[in-house]
Design a protein around this ligand. Structure first.
Ligand SMILES: Nc1ncnc2c1ncn2[C@@H]1O[C@H](COP(=O)(O)OP(=O)(O)OP(=O)(O)O)[C@@H](O)[C@H]1O
Ligand SMILES: [Mg+2]
Length: 286
């Protein structure tokens, strides 16, 4: 399963939400990273055939996106925002959607099991936790066993345990399929996506493997540990010279993680870069 996107544009009125996007997406988990307003949802909605592009070309598995009926046979979509009838039970929701997509009832149990909702199938939607609701959303998106799945910001608002469960669920599903996942939670991508794209203001700043993205900051990420007094002395100068990724204060000590082309201070220790470091670097335009 391959998605080819050439010169894709979306203009809402005067607002250009996607500006000549070029991307190639292959099997496995593909992460779409970008700040608020970058164009992730716009791109997802076009790929999911619920929004029309302004211009450009999208081809999925050899089929042009204009061929909506064919495309919809093999895609699933979990929107960023969705709601289900609050008084329906988990089972009733799936039953309802299975009627719409002509899915056999026998498969619903297996689907409930896949998303870990078998035990709560009699609970009403309005009584579900955020994580359960997301998993129900995924179950609905998976109902026709799509080989291509789009999930838009699926882990927002989930606690760490639910996030982990959700990521495991997606990873399992991605085994012989393609999943495109948008997020601004970088650790989601770090752990599960082998390829990714970074968007900013409708443009793609990077696309390729997560590994080569991470290595963009090889030899440039440093950690320093100092007292608060020491930090106060160097703070001004430091903020001019380096990019501070994180700053953790613990009992009068400050642990800094910074990006700098050169050794930022004699006591700095060079560390392995993470996706987040490269993301901050690319967002700062260097
Ligand atoms: N229906 C619309 N009409 C006008 N402008 C829109 C519309 N939908 C989105 N936009 C604009 O297009 C740009 C991209 O929005 P989009 O929702 O695709 O971004 P996003 O990356 O998904 O952001 P977020 O991280 O906040 O979900 C934004 O500037 C947004 O204001
Ligand atoms: Mg969005």
């Amino acid at each position: 399963m391959k998605i080819i996107i050439n010169n894709l544009k979306k203009i809402y009125g005067k607002k250009c939400a996607l500006d000549s996007v070029n991307l190639q997406i292959e099997d496995g988990m593909f992460g779409l990273l970008g700040a608020n307003g970058a164009g992730k949802t716009t791109l997802m909605r076009i790929l999911a055939t619920v929004l029309q592009k302004t211009s450009g070309e999208v081809i999925m598995d050899g089929i042009p996106i204009e061929n909506v009926t064919e495309i919809r046979k093999f895609i699933g979509y979990l929107p960023q925002e969705f709601s289900f009838y609050p008084n329906f039970t988990v089972y009733e929701i799936l039953d309802y959607f299975s009627e719409l997509s002509e899915v056999k009832k026998e498969n619903l149990r297996e689907l409930l099991d896949t998303v870990n909702l078998l035990d709560v199938q009699k609970m009403k939607v309005r009584t579900l936790s955020g994580g359960m609701k997301r998993r129900l959303g995924i179950a609905v998106a998976l109902i026709n066993n799509p080989k291509l799945l789009f999930v838009d910001e699926p882990t927002v608002g989930l606690d760490p345990e639910e996030r982990m469960k959700f990521r495991n669920l997606l990873t399992k599903y991605a085994d012989n399929r393609t999943i495109v996942l948008s997020t601004h939670i970088i650790s989601d991508i770090e752990e599960i996506c082998s390829n990714l794209a970074v968007m900013k203001k409708g443009k793609v700043l990077y696309s390729g493997s997560a590994k080569s993205f991470r290595s963009k900051t090889d030899g440039k990420v440093w950690e320093l540990d100092m007292s608060e007094e020491q930090f106060k002395d160097i703070q001004n100068d430091f903020e001019k010279r380096v990019t501070i990724v994180s700053r953790i204060t613990n009992e009068n000590r400050i642990k800094l993680r910074v990006i700098s082309d050169e050794l930022p201070a004699v006591e700095a220790i060079l560390v392995e870069p993470r996706i987040e470091d490269s993301y901050i670097r690319i967002m700062n335009g260097f």
